[in-house]
Design a protein around this ligand. Sequence first.
Ligand SMILES: Cc1ncc(C[n+]2csc(CCOP(=O)(O)OP(=O)(O)O)c2C)c(N)n1
Length: 279
Amino acid sequence: MTTAVDLRALEARARDFRKTILQMITRAGSGHPGGSLSAIDLITVLYYHTMRHDPRNPAWPDRDRFVLSKGHACPALYVVLAACGYFPADHLWTLRAVGSILQGHPDMTRTPGVEISTGSLGMGFSAAIGMALAGKRDGRPYRVYALLGDGECQEGAVWEGAMFAAHYALDNLTAIVDRNGLQQTGPTEERIRLDPLADKWRACHWDVQEIDGHDLGAIVAALDRARATTGRPQVIVARTVKGKGVSFLEGVVGFHGKALTRDELARALAELDGVGAGR
Ligand SMILES: Cc1ncc(C[n+]2csc(CCOP(=O)(O)OP(=O)(O)O)c2C)c(N)n1
């Protein structure tokens, strides 16, 4: 399956998504650019390569489920859901507006394709585990994918969930940790140390892979391997860069929850278009 993947097409999509995400957030005047850009390559591969889903039938019982446990990065989810056809793309320009179907954190009661409301860190992961357990109990073939932030992994509920999922051998569950090294106020290792993060998951009896979370081929391969793994849940620790793709956002704590100004946006879009970069 991996050989048939058009990585260049995925790359082009992810670049367009980055541009739209930044435009949405600037238009809204608030939002989370950094963690959206670190996650967008992962979400793009999930929806365009890995997951079995049908935008015309979001309630299909056997669809694979995606849970954005780091719910604040929802612009990255919305842009992909719109591109897949879950709702018209016009809605993207109403991000965070009163009455919009696209709120500042994912709301399952408003947005087609959102499986569970998230935003309180640690809780989406628990819901994903419940979905995976239900799938097993009901004999359904679907898989569940949960995307967590690394700062989010400081939540106690994450580790209760990790132990639970392994105990119940939920091999239909794949967690992906967006290991960008930053949280809201600084580096994760300076707030509450996470390393050795992969070993912590191993100790909880998960199948563990560590990859470059911006290498689309590596993401495809890791998700393919996860799907083929039986007997235990799988985690992919994806090394990423907060703000990836725009030089003055990359690794900058200050762009965790702040919209770009119009001028900054213009510079960012020019960079992503490759203007002056010889692309
Ligand atoms: C329970 C809870 N506490 C605090 C917050 C506020 N908050 C939103 S994002 C964030 C930082 C999360 O860091 P990380 O998971 O690493 O996300 P990323 O850096 O990828 O954006 C915090 C503390 C929250 N949403 N939920």
